[in-house]
Design a protein around this ligand. Sequence first.
Ligand SMILES: Nc1ncnc2c1ncn2[C@@H]1O[C@H](COP(=O)(O)OP(=O)(O)OP(=O)(O)O)[C@@H](O)[C@H]1O
Ligand SMILES: [Mg+2]
Length: 279
Amino acid sequence: MIEIEDLTKRYGKTVAVDHLNLSIPKGEFFGLLGPNGAGKTTLVRMLSTLTEPTSGRISIGGVQLDRNKIEVKSKIGVVPQHMNLEWELTALQNLQLHAKLFGLEKALSNVMMEELLHYINLYERKNDLVKTFSGGMKRKLMIARALLHQPDVLLMDEPTVGLDATVRRKLWDLMKGLNKDGMTVILTTHYIEEAEVLCSRVGFMNQGKIVELDSPKNLVEKFGSFVLETFVDGETKLQFFKDRESALAKAAEFEGSVNIRLSNLEDTFLMLTNRKVGD
Ligand SMILES: Nc1ncnc2c1ncn2[C@@H]1O[C@H](COP(=O)(O)OP(=O)(O)OP(=O)(O)O)[C@@H](O)[C@H]1O
Ligand SMILES: [Mg+2]
């Protein structure tokens, strides 16, 4: 579905994306994790045709992006990292504007708009100005807008940032539903649990490269299924073990505060990047 070959993006001396290769099959729910500045947005923007690669190739649904941008654009729906709705327009007007920009046929797109507004539970608010919406409502509208031209691929850059746990879970269900209906979904997030719950595969990005790529389950078990957390000299350290017994044996060596638990994707992230998310 999506083929990325030797893709590089430079900004002056900064190499934002560095000779990246990645293949994403149709119907996959793919997650991109990585620290600030890893290159996630740059990669998503190149896939969305918003940023020109310095070198390398991207093809989406068999169409090479640099050869036919317009065709690729019709295949992808984009939810950018920063909110770019028209705040002084209503929800419906925002969708109408998008339909116009994409040259969608009026009768068909009107039906789609009604359907989408129901789907995201904003039908009753369709004539309200976007500036009166909560963060969650705006995010949902951005997703609806991205779906209006019926794309095959949905690209979302931190779609749930700043939302409370309940709203975030509702958006997860929305995304899960879309993926279940056959949509290929690519998501970047700093909420590692989100990637663990939603994604069939996760790529860890660091310094413009994908440094690890696997299912969340395999990534969680990469360093060991159990973690011994110690807090010594003002610093938390993680040690990984295959089983609880070996973690317990090691824990006996420590006098201070220790904790043994199952490992999670965040542990793997910290091990791979050696820094906390959002640092
Ligand atoms: N328009 C630009 N001009 C110059 N440098 C840029 C530009 N866009 C991104 N960069 C640089 O490219 C690198 C990757 O940035 P990018 O926004 O892709 O990271 P990210 O992984 O999305 O980070 P975050 O998690 O903070 O959103 C950074 O070093 C950034 O400063
Ligand atoms: Mg980003």
